[in-house]
Structures are given as structure tokens and as C-alpha cells.
Write a protein that binds this ligand. Sequence first.
Ligand SMILES: Nc1nc2c(c(=O)[nH]1)N[C@H]1C(S)=C(S)[C@@H](COP(=O)(O)O)O[C@H]1N2
Ligand SMILES: [Mo]
Length: 345
Amino acid sequence: MANKGNFVKGVLKRKAWDLPESEVTPESVFKSRRQIIKALGLGAAGASLSTSAQAGLFDVFSDKKADDAFKVSPLTFTKNEKYQTSEILTPETKVTTHNNFFEFGTSKADPVNNAQGFDVEPWKLVVDGEVETPLTLGYDDLFKLAALEERTYRLRCVEAWSMVIPWVGFSLANIIKKANPTSKAKYVAFETLHDPSQMPGQRNRFVGGGIHYPYVEGLTLSEALNDLSFLAVGLYGKTLPPQNGAPIRLVVPWKYGFKSIKSIVRIRLTDKKPPTSWNQLASHEYGFYANVNPEVDHPRWSQASERRIGAGGLFSAKRIPTLPFNGYGDEVASLYTGLDLRKNF
Ligand SMILES: Nc1nc2c(c(=O)[nH]1)N[C@H]1C(S)=C(S)[C@@H](COP(=O)(O)O)O[C@H]1N2
Ligand SMILES: [Mo]
């Protein structure tokens, strides 16, 4: 898909839709990612390889139905009335073309352009560690673990943009309870597929943004058992497109988006706090908790507001105030009583 000719062109002259991040996110965010690349000694090549989405399979400005092009199928589910919103949904074409999935490249258009060959069938998801009943689940099992429901959640990226997305899936608690945690279980560790043959970012540190793959994430057991913690197998009524984390991904709406790990192959219950990918890469910038918090700024930019992506994409996105716990404080604030959320960011 991405090819060298386009790559060279991309360095000199980007296509309109492949705007540099400096134009679509606060300048400081752009700098931070570049500084990480620089600190890793990846140099100019690292900064410019992110223009690999030059093939332009999907025009992020067009309103043509993106799902016609993706391998997705309709799902049967009920609407969970408790988790609906009067907010305007982010259009499906934006949800499926503006992505962070560094395994497929670091530009927002890279995942949609590079992930269409991603094979999710067969799939294997293992649930193990501190459990009485380890589980090994195949692709079809993922859709039968619990009755599928639709929930509309806000997704707030640490880069200060946000979306409103109707997910289809089930509470994470369902799968954890099926595995019967032992009394030692205190945390839940998650792991994304490691398959460099399918994921260009895992073959090449430039493309993958310097992350040490596989991408890993974690929650405390009480966070994981909170009803809001969700395993999504679909969005907008259909199975997940690869760029959104097919076939199964986590959605933790009160935390920054990087906690919502995609394409999960392992869920391991542990007695110790598990390592997490962004924290490993830059621990002073990305903590374990990563709760959305307008009062605790990222070291180099404010988290007090965010740009809500609507029909116009990032360019016309409205800036709105960021809410504590992304507006889910009633459900989750009690998980953190007695914890200093400035230190535990
Ligand atoms: N494995 C994996 N999971 C990931 C990421 C990633 O790069 N790799 N990016 C995270 C970030 S930073 C965000 S904001 C969300 C984006 O989800 P979306 O593309 O479905 O909107 O996925 C998260 N999950
Ligand atoms: Mo993010």
C-alpha cells in the first residue's frame, strides 16, 4: 500500500488530507511525538515515515460509506439505555479514518490505509494468570461471551481531541467473572497481537513510533470490574474494522484513549501492577492510571479542553472543556478515594 515513491513525494509535498500533525493537534503535541522520535535516535526518517499513508485508499474528507470497503458484518445487539447520550455522534467515516494504532503507522490516516489486509480470523484470546478457570477463546466465541449491547461513549485522546462513538460489545466484567479470579488477583494486564508480518510498525521502529511491541496495557481489578469497562467487538452496528482494533478491543471511557488497547490476544490477571506501553516509553508523560483530568496538564500541553471531532473532522472541530473522568465521575470517582490523582496521573 505505502510505497517508496509516494514516501519520497510525501516528504516534499504532503497531500492535503495528510496534514502534518502540527496543524491538527496543538503544536506541543506534535513536538512531543517528534521529541520522542528524536530521543530514540530515529532522526528525520522517523519523523517522515509517518507519511506512509500516501496510497490514499480512503479519502478522509469524503463522506462515501467507508464500511463498503472494510471487511465488516452487521451485529445483533440491544441498546443499553443507561449508556446513551444527547451529544452529536462522530460520523462513522471519521471514526474509521482518524485513528491511533501505531502498529500500522503513526499518522492518523496510516491505520485505515495499512490495516485492510489484517487477518483476524482465526483469532485466539487467552484469559489466564491468577484465575481458577483459564479460557482460550476463538473468533466466534468473542461474539457469544455475553449478550451484545450498544453503548455510546466519549473517547478522549491524550492528544486533546475527542469523539463520541457507538460501540457494540459487553462489560469486561463478564469475561473476568467467567475466568474466576483467585484472591491474589489485583490487576488485569492486556496484550495486543504481536505479528510483524501483518503489522509494519512492529517490523520497523520508525513506522511503529518507538513502542516496544507487543503493545500492553493494564487496569486495577476494581477498574476492570466497573460496569463502564467495555470490550468492544463492533462500532456503528457492525464488527470492528481493523483500524479500530478488530476483532476485540478495550474501551475505558474515563481514561485517555491509549488505555483502550486494540486487537487483544491476552488478558492476564496478576498480583502486581503490569507494565503499560506509553508509560514505558515516557513515564513522566503517561502514567498507569491515565484518568482524564482537566486539572492535571500533560507536561507540555494543557488538558483543560479538547477538540470534539464532528462532521468536519479535526479542522472544524469545536473546542470544548474537558470534564473530570471524561464526564464519568459519578460512576468511577469512588474508585480513587484517598488517591492523589496529581501523583497518580
Ligand atoms: N494496540 C494498540 N492499541 C491502541 C493504540 C495503539 O497504537 N496500539 N492507540 C491508542 C490510542 S492513543 C487511542 S486514542 C485509541 C484510538 O482508538 P480509535 O482509533 O478506535 O479511535 O486507541 C488506543 N489503542
Ligand atoms: Mo490517544
